[in-house]
Write a protein that binds this ligand. Structure first.
Ligand code: BGC
Ligand code: CA
Length: 350
């Protein structure tokens, strides 16, 4: 055989084999139910229009593909957008269950609706993973097959506060613009009622007051995790307080970037110390540019990996505790870290 024909033959061999196998009465060749080597995971998002959530989904898609290759199975991921409407999301959950999905991952719109989702999944005998938006513990414990994957909001709020504390302790004059020994700040809050908004707001400031720093709140408002809303709000604060604002705490990076947008649009000279949470790609760029002072990692990649690993274990009947690090039988807590210019290179993709 000539080299070309040999090459061609070896290239065709797998499809010839596949075609031959298809003649055997096996499930999975054309039509019929999904073969047993396909795991079907339904992912319901509170909204697709959220930088952090979009990055979790992107990471999940990549991780699922890698798992397909490594584990030799088919990972069928179906992602739906709840458009911030709990009724829409409940319909989406019903549809996943009616279509026989193996595992559901739910980023719940309204945490008070969690019990309804738990009961639906339990009735259908489908394991359920909540992520990022944390239901109350009582709802998580309603059924054995319910899990939560997330980041401890109190912990990352505290780390955000310590970013500011370290800057204050290293060089107070750089932060304390009016030199009165008091830290004047403004707070941009995420959605009302979201555990991450409540706890980050409280614990960021507490890290400073616990260390004996005197603080003064000039303003606070919710901007619903949203860059545009934060920018409009901070534009108003700038009119009212101008350069009295020494620090802006923001419950997430998108709103922190919105604050910076407002300062730039107003041509307002030196930026105050602005800190966020998430470590999204645009936030890392802003740190590199010397605009955002720092952030705390909200591990989108780790969250995606844990969801894929846990889904696979639940589907295959493996002990979930062998696949992910499980606390109290229900919770996966992801680690978090501070990010500033000093360690930025650890976070930038190579
Ligand atoms: C993130 C936000 C995101 C929110 C959505 C938070 O943990 O920090 O960026 O908008 O989750 O639920
Ligand atoms: Ca001051």
């Amino acid at each position: 055989m000539s080299q070309t024909i040999k090459n061609c033959f070896s290239r065709l061999l797998p499809s010839m084999l596949a075609a031959a196998l298809c003649l055997l009465p096996l499930a999975g060749c054309g039509g019929g139910p999904e073969p047993r080597d396909t795991v079907r995971v339904g992912v319901a998002l509170y909204t697709q229009d959220d930088t952090f959530i979009a990055s979790v989904v992107q990471n999940m898609e990549r991780t699922a593909q890698e798992t397909e290759t490594d584990a030799g199975i088919k990972f069928n991921l179906s992602v739906v957008d709840g458009r911030n409407n709990q009724t829409t999301q409940l319909e989406q959950v019903d549809r996943f269950l009616a279509r026989g999905y193996d595992v559901l991952c739910v980023n719940i719109v309204d945490r008070t609706a969690a019990a309804v989702v738990v009961d639906k999944a339990q009735e259908a005998g489908v394991p359920l993973i909540f992520f990022n938006r944390q239901p109350v513990d009582e709802d998580i414990r309603r059924s054995e097959q319910v899990y939560y994957i997330g980041v401890d909001a109190q912990g990352n709020g505290t780390l955000q506060g310590r970013l500011v504390l370290d800057a204050w302790e290293q060089d107070p004059s750089a932060v304390d613009r009016n030199g009165d020994g008091v830290l004047q700040y403004a707070m941009l809050e995420g959605e009302p009622g979201h555990q991450d908004a409540l706890l980050r707001t409280e614990y960021s400031v507490k890290a400073l007051t616990d260390a004996g720093v005197e603080v003064e709140k000039l303003a606070s408002a919710t901007a619903n995790w949203n860059r545009g809303q934060a920018s409009s709000r901070v534009a108003l604060w700038l009119e009212e307080f101008g350069d009295q604002i020494e620090v802006i705490f923001s419950n997430n990076d998108d709103m922190a970037l919105g604050a910076i947008d407002a300062f730039k649009a107003a041509g307002a000279g030196q930026l105050p110390l602005v800190v966020g949470v998430d470590a999204t790609a645009p936030a890392l760029e802003s740190i590199a540019a010397g605009e955002l002072y720092g952030t705390v990692l909200n591990d989108a990649d780790g969250m995606a990996q844990a969801m894929v690993d846990l889904s696979l274990a639940l589907w295959s009947g493996e002990d979930p505790a062998d696949a992910v690090s499980l606390e109290d039988g229900h919770y996966v807590w992801l680690p978090y870290r501070q990010v500033t210019q000093e360690n930025l290179s650890d976070f930038l993709e190579t």
